[in-house]
Design a protein around this ligand. Sequence first.
Ligand code: HEM
Length: 702
Amino acid sequence: KSKNLLLLTTLSTFVLSNPLSDSLLSKDCPLSHGKREFESIKLSDRRTVEKLNEKRSVPDFVKVKADINLALTQSQEFFPADFGNYGPLMIRLAWHCNGSYRKTDGRGGCDGARIRFNPEMSWEDNANLDNAIKVLEPVKEKYGDILSWGDLITLTGDVSLENMGLQTIGFCGGRIDDPDGSGSLVLGPSADQERISHCVVNGDCHAPFGPTTIGLIYVNPGGHLDIPDPKLSVKDIRDSFSRMGMNDRETVALIGGGNNILSEVLIQTYFLGHAFGKTHGACSNPPCGDGVGNNTFSSGFEGQWTETPTKWTNDFFKHLLTKKYELFKGPGGKNQWRPAGKDEPNIRMLTSDLALIEDPIFLDLVKEYAADIGSLQRDFVKTWYKLMSNDMGPATRCLGNLVPPPQPFQNPLPSPPKQLPKFSVVSKDIVKILYSSEDNGGDQLNDGRYYLGALFVELASQCLFTFRITDYAGGCNGARIRFSPERDYPDNVGLDKVLETLKPIKEKYVGLSWADLIVLAGQTAIEEAGGEKIKFIGGRTDAADGNGAEKIPPRDYYYNSVIKLKDQIKVTGLPTRETVALFGRLRSDIQQRNRNFSGTYRKSKDLNKFSNDFFKILLKEDWKKISEDEFQAKGKDIFITSFDFSLLEDLEFKSYVEEFAEDLDAFKSAFKKGWDLLSKAELNFIEKKKKTVFDRIFGFFD
Ligand code: HEM
């Protein structure tokens, strides 16, 4: 425990002594506006951070809430609170910190609290949020390391809503602060972003990029490409919110042309946000005067949405419905909208606000919520919770005394079976079906027998490799690979037949989940083929359907295999050397053909040998590209994928290929470590506090 405390202290000392955080806390923060170079920032290793924080503990959030509540109404001289309440500013902080989450690769979100650092802090949209963070500094100091910035910022959003009259449903605590801002490089303007998610027209950026405009959290408030036409904003709003993962299942329905429940979700979020606060653009040439209070400049727009900006009401959309708006240039020089005519209240709308009455589905909801605040309130608090917790992964990762019951967006899994089978016995049954003289659906070997082992490894790998350390989505727990949409992903075509071959074993053992069986079958095949023994931990459980897997569609947007592999390594969180080793796993000729490749790297069909042949062959052969995705050894019936070939195109990857080709033992042990990390990745992050229960539930098997 004391060792852990020491590590935590070291980490927080690093954070506090980081020059970026120093300047963040200084009064004249130089980082909130303007362009800067970010490439020198050291890349943070998320898994190291996880390790340092393995025994995460959290404070009593009820007490923290009381302290935050006090801070909200104590206006500070360095940045006086509008209307005497920091609530609206804090909602914007919590929303911007969390709204960077994108479902394409699970990056972003407030877990890590990178909004404190460059580059995120100086994104155009985050202007003045450094001041919001500064207001919270005394609360952070009071609790110290036990309260992460990510939890504090997010919880402050909840307290602000409650302070202004809206009760939240609870709080998922346990965010872990990153030591620097590098985790956000690909989410905003940077060379990394350009490499991975190049945006051709800024303002019309597409997935995997989250927002439509680089440097914003969502869409341009001034309209599509700054054109003040609310109609043109509609699509931008839909696009950017769906990429944020708002209601993934509904997004699928949307793409499939089904009914658009997605808009319902985002509209609830949107309305709630602009029930509060105001925009800031006091003059057209900032800094304006002393730069604070009435002289604040953040977005450049100026004015409030309702007459009661610190009170929860549905006036925002009553105003949308009942007034005619005219375009004008605000004091900040930007296009905005005000009610036309005399005796109208002094309120303002953004072009993107008016988009909400330009779409028939949006408009219906505007009407519903204008008529019934209760309905808005009930729906909204759930959406807010989702927005705040999307990047936290399964509900089992939520810590603290305010955690609500698991919500649908967390795709909760049933509890693991009470009684687990003896996995050593199950493993023996798997061995029995590996070979057959009859066609069992497996690969045919030189000696004429049919072999299922390589297919078992493919199945387990496909199931496990979906894990993302960025938002803890994916992994084999739940065995969602049995259902659509995961079953239908191109690389999984044909694996349903492999599942069939395992069915008799599944049915034989009470308490054996598909998820455990899939991993165990892959592992058993590896060991039987000559790989090192790997400790198996069971206790996975099966989902009732495939929901949740739509979060982890294949990431096929990369334009270069090396970049793809490097990015995959970061998203999975596995070390590079071990990831390269996993390329040397058993491969099935049948499965390669199912995937539309011409075959595998093995000349003969001795697919049942676990060896370092893959690396030897990779180095020895003269490769010729035969399609976008495949290479062939010149004059031979040997094939590898472009992904395999990328191991030769990067110096670091290649150095491991050379090492493994020369040293079988080094390969075997790196493979074992890689498989071990991958197969236990999702289990490692189950709440550590429950460790004793966890120990009791999970069966161990050597
Ligand atoms: C403020 C745009 C969604 C909550 C603002 C400001 C802009 C803006 C331009 C003014 C910032 C300033 O100058 O101080 C947008 C757009 C959105 C969006 C274009 C989506 C299409 C949301 C959401 C929430 C939210 C989803 C919360 C759930 C707020 C709040 C403020 C604000 C509370 C007031 C901050 C203050 O009073 O200091 N928004 N927003 N917004 N936004 Fe949004």
